[in-house]
Design a protein around this ligand. Structure first.
Ligand SMILES: [Zn+2]
Length: 426
């Protein structure tokens, strides 16, 4: 009898908690004092109604009604800045440090590697990123599935599975390249990643012919997939002309190249700081591992100002769609938002443009513009809140105090208590 009462008491206690945060079918109301809608719109004193994991309504409330709403709200986020969960269109979510603490890249298969990849996903979500595009690792697949099934917490993952690495003629004939693209689609790829340039650490020269690039991007299109291309210098123009969807990095692209991209509607995903800063901060973990030499690190120091210059020119190019992608590798996961600060402080990007690049524009680039990236009825309930106003002080992006993904609340901590980098040190 006593045991039964305890069970009953527990059940009653558990239900309200579940109703608010765990049951996507339930109606949940969020009161927001300041809302950035993801499309450069700013709303005051609204309540967001979430039902079935989606946004059912965004209701404007004024005067005394606002107080009533806030009282009735399941989550009172007034005093914070509420916005759609961020989208990082370029991460390497399964890149980890190995047991020896050194860069193990993306191919780790030990238990430690798997836990680290899961940790990367967790800290990325806690940092406010509810969707990421991971551009190229077979290991992404089980992580994507585990998160999609709700087995572990993490951002929604889109993956390229295995990237096409340009090696000149050795890459293969156009037919072989088409077969490779089809193979990725069959393996479950959401996007095709193509390397059309060497690493910038090795000079960044073009590694695919026009014929090869055409085959890769055309076949991606035929398979209903987007093609994102790692490209520097003249590879930027070549990939744009080949009809590829998106250019990654883009260092040393000319103003004419950027203009062409704007005309063709090709997205640009440049990096202003985090990826190189992370390499510098963690140099001893990278030097000596495949692809990372002392010379490469010396080159990177020179590349940082070139990237600043690219972002500045890109933002001034009329009509060019500039995305938010961090290129996060081991050491940078969970610190993705640092790239916002770099963009605003070092590259002169307007803070609202920086937010939109990781909201509606990022969603559009992923082909998910009708599902995520905006706070509006019918969209997925991916909602975050910052302790501060990023439009006035961009470092507010470090203080993510609330994270909801698909109607589930994963984080809701007291404002003023958030540790810098959300507990993740560089
Ligand atoms: Zn990358």
């Amino acid at each position: 009898m006593i045991a039964q009462r305890i069970v009953m008491a527990l059940a009653i206690w558990a239900v309200p908690a579940l109703a608010a945060s765990q049951t996507p079918g339930q109606r949940v109301v969020i009161a927001a004092g300041t809302l950035l809608d993801g499309k450069a719109g700013k709303l005051r004193d609204v309540s967001i109604v979430v039902e079935g994991g989606k946004i059912a309504a965004v209701e404007a409330k004024v005067g005394t009604k606002a107080r009533t709403t806030a009282k009735a709200a399941d989550y009172d986020l007034r005093g914070l800045t509420v916005l759609p969960g961020w989208i990082d269109v370029h991460a390497h979510i399964t890149w980890v440090y190995g047991k020896d603490g050194k860069n193990a890249g993306m191919t780790g298969t030990t238990q430690e590697d798997a836990y680290q990849a899961a940790s990367n996903a967790w800290v990325t979500l806690m940092a406010g990123f509810t969707t990421i595009q991971s551009v190229g690792a077979v290991n992404d697949l089980p992580l994507r599935e585990a998160i999609a099934k709700g087995k572990i917490a993490g951002p929604r993952i889109l993956t390229a599975v295995e990237p096409l690495v340009g090696k000149g003629e050795a890459t293969g004939t156009p037919e072989e390249i088409r077969a490779f693209v089809k193979k990725q689609k069959e393996a479950g790829a959401d996007v095709i990643k193509i390397f059309a340039s060497q690493s910038i650490r090795q000079g960044g020269g073009i590694t695919l012919s026009h014929e090869q690039l055409n085959a890769a991007c055309d076949e991606a299109k035929k398979q209903g997939l987007r093609a994102v291309v790692h490209a520097y210098k003249d590879a930027v123009r070549a990939a744009t002309l080949a009809g590829c969807t998106q250019i990654e990095h883009g260092t040393l692209a000319t103003d004419e190249d950027l203009k062409l991209m704007a005309e063709r509607g090709t997205y640009l995903d440049p990096q202003c700081g985090l990826v190189i800063e992370n390499y510098m901060q963690n140099k001893e973990r990278y030097v000596g591992t495949p692809g990372y030499t002392e010379e490469g690190f010396a080159a990177m120091e020179k590349i940082l100002p070139m990237n600043h210059d690219l972002v500045r020119r890109a933002m001034k190019t009329p009509g060019l769609k500039v995305l938010f992608g961090t290129d996060a590798v081991a050491g940078a996961h969970g610190r993705n938002a640092e790239e916002f600060i770099d963009r605003v402080h070092d590259c002169g990007v307007d803070p609202m443009a920086a937010m939109v690049s990781a909201n509606s524009l990022g969603a559009e680039a992923l082909g998910l513009g009708q599902e995520i990236g905006t706070i509006a009825p019918g969209m997925q309930a991916d909602i975050i809140a910052l302790d501060g106003d990023p439009l006035k002080d961009i470092t507010a992006v470090r203080r993510v105090v609330f994270v909801m993904k698909g109607g589930m609340v994963y984080k809701n901590v007291a404002r003023g208590t958030i540790p810098e980098y959300a507990g993740v040190k560089p």
